[in-house]
Ligand binder design. Structure first.
Ligand code: FCB
Length: 469
């Protein structure tokens, strides 16, 4: 089978991880510009001041994407380039930059798929409470409106937020992302609520504008499996799915929060403050979502665990999903299983987890349109005679694309696949330790770009529409 003609083969990036030019052309300072410069927060003190300098090299980068035959490019807009202080004056130079990126894509027939928020928040808003302050949610809607007006004639695919659980969970519970707060679970839930409110209001606005494009939200997709059939571990599995998945897709697709979680939040005194007007906004706009995005890397294997995490000290290491780490409420922990396959970073490789997870979503939400908005392998790429022979990445993507094909054959409404990432880029916490791209960036030679083996492989897959998979 070839992939359907309207299925998009893409690859992705995010503004902070590639652009650099952190203080050029009127861009405002973001939470990440500040956070990454606090000693000890990132691996080897890396930050996005220069990143891979995409801001100055976007033409070369997009030309390479075109050469690879990429059909669609998912990238994010840095809010602070458009509105340097979050909700004040517009910076025309910021608009100009993204106009050039979009036009460059279109010139090659590459479909731009735009994320409005991939974690870089104007620091003025962060300092005023960030996502725990409704002001940020209202400011986001205004920012989105400016983007729709400026780019909506050419951009027809919009993602409001990337991975709410990550920027809220790592920001308010694990403390590994800005604002770097640990164990404040009530604030974590408050922040997620304002994100869902902002999302709903943005979807409403987008539909009112009648730009005839599509809009949705992207979440990191972590389907949970119990380690065995013991009832307590089965409960851990349910708990994980309720807290990691349903909490994020229910308000967006069903217009209400999962009652399992709500009951527990009430008991624990963790309920967010919300108004009936906000809940109404979420309720009324659920049906207007055109799709959901899934960032899939791995499933989680869980077992019941009971740990009071209130005084837990988190570090960069324990902030990850690595086996042994407790969930943010201490109810379960992730487990490494002997019969599974892992990368050297402890991430499980499981295309089957993805397929099972897709069926779980279909069962709960019906046949909603979905895109894989991220999937890929971080690795220390092997270099032989100057060539980057990233065979493990090829293998990983191949296996996951096969799962995508199978899902389509089984009736799942999947319309595109975006590999993470199109080009090697800065990792939020781990600098340049691992690479993800089809295109290598040489940090020892003036950030020179070079095609990897996977570049040629993906080109072939796209050309043949995945027929050989
Ligand atoms: C996801 C993020 C993305 C990248 C990958 C590896 O959680 O969306 O920016 O860091 O992980």
């Amino acid at each position: 089978m070839k992939f359907p003609h309207d299925f998009l083969f893409g690859a992705a990036s995010a503004s902070y991880q590639i652009e650099g030019a952190w203080n050029e052309d009127g861009k405002g300072v973001t939470n990440w510009d500040v956070f990454s410069k606090i000693p000890g927060k990132t691996y080897n003190q890396t930050n996005g001041d220069v990143a891979i300098d995409h801001y100055h090299r976007f033409q070369e980068d997009i030309r390479l994407m075109a050469e690879m035959g990429l059909e669609s490019y998912r990238f994010s807009i840095s809010w602070a380039r458009i509105l340097p202080t979050g909700d004040g004056e517009i910076n025309e130079k910021g608009i100009e930059f993204y106009n050039r990126v979009i036009d460059e894509c279109l010139q090659y027939g590459i479909v731009p798929f735009v994320t409005l928020y991939h974690w870089d928040l104007p620091v003025t808003l962060e300092e005023d409470g960030g996502w725990t302050n409704k002001r940020t949610a209202e400011a986001f809607v205004k920012y989105a409106e400016i983007c729709f007006h400026a780019f909506g004639d050419r951009v027809k695919h919009w993602i409001t937020f990337n991975e709410t659980v990550m920027f809220c969970g790592l920001g308010y519970v694990k403390g590994a992302h800005p604002p770097g707060i640990q164990n404040d679970v009530p604030r974590y839930f408050q922040a997620t609520h304002y994100v869902f409110y902002a999302h709903a209001k943005t979807v409403q606005l987008y539909k009112q504008l009648k730009q005839y494009g599509e809009i949705g939200i992207t979440h990191v997709f972590l389907p949970a499996y119990s380690v065995d059939d013991q009832p307590s571990n089965k409960l851990a599995e349910r708990h994980a799915n309720e807290y990691e998945t349903f909490w994020f897709y229910d308000p967006v697709l069903k217009g209400e929060y999962p009652s399992y979680v709500i009951e527990q939040l009430k008991e624990k005194g963790w309920m967010p403050n919300w108004t009936s007007e906000e809940l109404e906004m979420i309720k009324q706009n659920a049906e207007k979502n055109d799709f959901i995005g899934l960032n899939y890397y791995q499933p989680i294997r869980v077992e019941r665990y009971d740990k009071d995490i209130r005084n837990e000290k988190h570090s960069r290491e324990t902030s990850t999903l690595a086996p042994g780490n407790p969930s943010f409420d201490g109810f379960y922990r992730t487990v490494r299983m002997e019969d599974k396959t892992y990368t050297k970073w402890g991430w499980e490789i499981s295309p089957k987890g993805f397929l099972d997870g897709l069926h779980m979503l279909k069962e709960r939400y019906g046949n909603i349109k979905m895109y894989v908005t991220e999937n890929g392998l971080g690795d220390e790429d092997p270099i032989i005679d100057g060539e980057i022979v990233d065979v493990p990445r090829i293998k990983y993507i191949e296996e996951h694309l096969k799962a995508v094909k199978r899902a389509i054959q089984e009736g799942i409404h999947l319309k595109g696949y975006y590999a993470w990432s199109v080009i090697d880029l800065l990792s939020w916490l781990n600098g340049y330790k691992k690479q993800y791209g089809f295109i290598f960036v040489d940090h020892n030679d003036n950030l020179k770009r070079k095609k990897k083996l996977s570049f040629h492989w993906y080109k072939h897959i796209i050309e043949t529409r995945g027929e050989e998979l």
